[in-house]
Design a protein around this ligand. Structure first.
Ligand SMILES: Cc1cc2nc3c(=O)[nH]c(=O)nc-3n(C[C@H](O)[C@H](O)[C@H](O)COP(=O)(O)OP(=O)(O)OC[C@H]3O[C@@H](n4cnc5c(N)ncnc54)[C@H](O)[C@@H]3O)c2cc1C
Length: 382
């Protein structure tokens, strides 16, 4: 079905990015899975071709296009089963925090280098003791003259190991004022003394993604690195919530395309594989299951497209974004599971792309807010 959201310019961009993915990412992905990280050269190649931070305005080195281009990037990565490159998090989550809430100086310092891929961005909210309950974070930054003294540990951080800058959610405490913790975001440079990264975590899937634990032990963060400057103190929750709808929609978008990848794999395999003297795609049970998968993907896509339209008008509600994230990620996991089943024993073998997609997909139901939290948000909107 033709998608009303996209015109010829988008199609050309999609074609160019798809080619980039096939030549610069797919051939190396297996190596990156072993190395648990994507190569820096891939980041720089993406930057050189305008595929990083496409929404960043020209003033800061970007091309200043709208989020439909980000949507295309997210879809194409998922359609190619490329879960390693954390481009969407870097371009569409970290960069917008700087763009929307950063001071002019912060934007000038970081955005141009994020556009070129010379600096990789991460966002660190989750801690060993808390993820869903953001208000409960323990990381603390004590104001001392011209700097903050930052202490804490962050868990499961996407792009963490390769990050050059991390936006850290922390309680800021000012002993000279009321001494009360105020949840805020601060920018920490990777070369700051006391900031250490643990080696990438061994995950069930997304193995080329350098998700890791970050430790901050008496890290001196200059005061000018408080996101949004002094006015940003205590604004952490508002800033995080301001971007959450988009982040959740992005997960929904990736999930639909990931499901489509699994569906495509299932179609080709079942047409080739024979049992009882005929291709397994000829059994009615298999045909109906494929029809069911296609239906779910089509419905999911129609919903994320509708949400995208709302987002572009500035009207996407948190509840609608939560529905997209929750339903599409649940749906994608069901579709991936069904696709594995259709591959029989081969579907369980790691070298089969569908097996990789199945485990990669599972994280979608957990990150960006667990799906149970999405239900809570939807329920609250009723
Ligand atoms: C691959 C991967 C990448 C990630 N990348 C990042 C990143 O870049 N930055 C970052 O900050 N974090 C990241 N995370 C962390 C992720 O956002 C958290 O894991 C997630 O928010 C859940 O938090 P938690 O793990 O602490 O689970 P908890 O908060 O302990 O929750 C555990 C489970 O309890 C249930 N639950 C919790 N609260 C409720 C409730 N109110 N009602 C009903 N059920 C509930 C849910 O089933 C939930 O899954 C990543 C995680 C993964 C797996």
């Amino acid at each position: 079905m033709a998608r009303a959201l996209f015109d010829q310019e988008h199609d050309l961009f999609r074609e160019a990015f798809r080619k980039f993915v096939q030549t610069e990412l797919v051939p190396f992905h297996e190596d990156w899975e072993r190395e648990q990280q994507v190569s820096r050269s891939a980041w720089k190649a993406a930057g050189a071709r305008g595929f990083l931070c496409p929404t960043v305005p020209e003033e800061f080195g970007g091309v200043g296009v709208n989020r439909l281009f980000s949507m295309i990037i997210g879809e194409e990565l998922a359609l190619a089963n490329c879960s390693g490159p954390g481009f969407p998090l870097h371009s569409d989550i970290v960069a917008p925090y700087l763009l929307n809430y950063g001071t002019q100086e912060q934007k000038e310092r970081y955005l141009p280098l994020m556009v070129t891929g010379e600096k990789i961005g991460a966002i660190a909210m989750t801690e060993p003791g808390t993820g869903s309950d953001l208000q409960a974070i323990k990381t603390k930054a004590v104001l001392q003259d011209d700097h903050l003294m930052l202490n804490g540990t962050k868990m499961f951080i996407t792009n963490g190991y390769m990050s050059d800058l991390v936006i850290v959610a922390t309680q800021i405490v000012d002993p000279a004022s009321d001494g009360q913790p105020k949840l805020s975001l601060v920018i920490v440079d990777a070369d700051a003394d006391g900031f250490t990264k643990e080696k990438p975590l061994n995950k069930m899937g997304q193995k080329a993604q350098d998700t890791c634990i970050l430790n901050f032990a008496d890290v001196r963060v200059p005061r000018e690195n408080i996101l949004g400057g002094e006015a940003g103190i205590g604004q952490g929750i508002a800033m995080l919530f301001g971007e959450l709808a988009w982040e959740r929609l992005l997960i929904g978008i990736g999930a639909v395309s990931g499901a489509e990848f699994c569906f495509n794999e299932a179609v080709s395999y079942t047409k080739e594989r024979k049992a009882f003297g005929r291709p397994i795609a000829n059994f009615q049970d298999v045909r109906f299951k494929l029809a069911d998968m296609k239906t779910k993907i089509s419905v999911g896509r129609a919903y994320v497209d509708q949400c995208m339209e709302q987002l572009l008008k500035g009207e996407l509600t948190p509840a609608d974004a939560a529905i997209a994230k929750m339903w599409c990620s649940d749906m994608a996991c069901e579709v991936a599971d069904q696709a594995v089943q259709m591959h029989g024993g081969y579907g369980y073998m790691s070298e089969y792309p569908v097996s990789k997609a199945f485990v990669d997909m599972r994280a979608h139901r957990i990150y960006g807010g667990a799906n149970e939290i999405m239900k809570e948000l939807v329920a609250r909107s009723i």
